[in-house]
Design a binder for this molecule. Sequence first.
Ligand code: AMP
Length: 391
Amino acid sequence: MKTINELNAAGKRVLVRVDFNAPVKDGIVTDDTRLRAALPTIQKLIDDGARVILMSHRGRPSGEGFEEEFSLRPAALRLSELLGKPVSFASDIAGADATAKSNALKDGEVLIVENLRFDKREKKNDPAFCEELAKLGDVYVNDAFGTAHRAHASTAGVAKLLPAYAGFLMEKEVSTLTGMLDEPKRPFCAILGGSKVSDKIQVIDALLDKADTLIIGGGMCFTFLLAQGYSVGTSLKEDDWVERAGEMLEKAEQKGVKLLLPVDVVCADKFAEDAATKTVAVDAIPDDMMGLDIGPETVKLYAAAIAEAKTVFWNGPMGVFEMDAFAVGTRDVALAVADNAEADTIIGGGDSVAAVNKFDLADRMTFISTGGGASMELVEGKELPGVVALA
Ligand code: AMP
């Protein structure tokens, strides 16, 4: 991948795919994390005297044209505040307004065009739409790692029509995650949680080829416990995946990977904050209760493995962390990761990022990925169309 460090951007119209898919309430961006993540790239292009044209998707509009609730105008307002300079906004994507405004930009000025997904041709990677987008710029930069696993017009097609470069965020995400997979400092401990085995099986399979220790928590641990012959009461389970889970246990043994499963769980009589709870060993889960968090003995076991690691990768909560009653396991695992200051600690997007933020531990991690789906696909060993297009 060529990066923007190799781009002489002065005086050029630089078309930049960013991920400004930020939450908005009453016309105001309520969480500007994604905008901030793209600032180094945008600022560098401004400083180099480029004419910067930003494009992004936001939410899931129908693709049949403008929908107020998904407009990117609030992002333009917030970006202007963050940059401390005006940011102009085009009310279409690559139509008359965007074209006129991109042509009128002066060196160092910034324009945002309207939500790419207002046009259904974006997700279809439609060649005519790619041509229209390409006309907005002289060169193309992709800094939207979060959508790099999608082969859309703005992430894949347009990259073939213009000289293409990776932005700083894209470069950092890809180099951190591939570095972790190819040359981890050992021991390499991967922690996987979340609800379903079926969603994570390829990640588990791929990490068994790379990691020294694999820790499993969250709803998906119960399918593994079933594979080991335990009964799991009314816990979340996927009967069709028990066999595959068993194969993963075997693979771990063959590969010499230490695969850790809970030894105790916090059970509840219903899926609710005010449920009656009971912490039990995994061989004593009551038939009428469900496991909603890992227990304290499990936390000790997991924390000890995390403390020994030199590389830690984490994706997925250890329990139903949205409810305080079942957030302790996730919090304590997050703390154990944060406390290992020696290790490279990499948080792989999605709910684990939400958990790390909830417990105010973000600045104690080495790297927090901005792309949940994209980082998982990269770890699975899949080629990301948005990355391949930059090669
Ligand atoms: P995922 O989207 O697959 O990463 O899963 C995240 C979701 O898994 C979160 O909303 C958690 O509340 C949920 N989760 C974690 N542990 C459990 C559990 N033991 N039972 C049910 N849901 C869980």
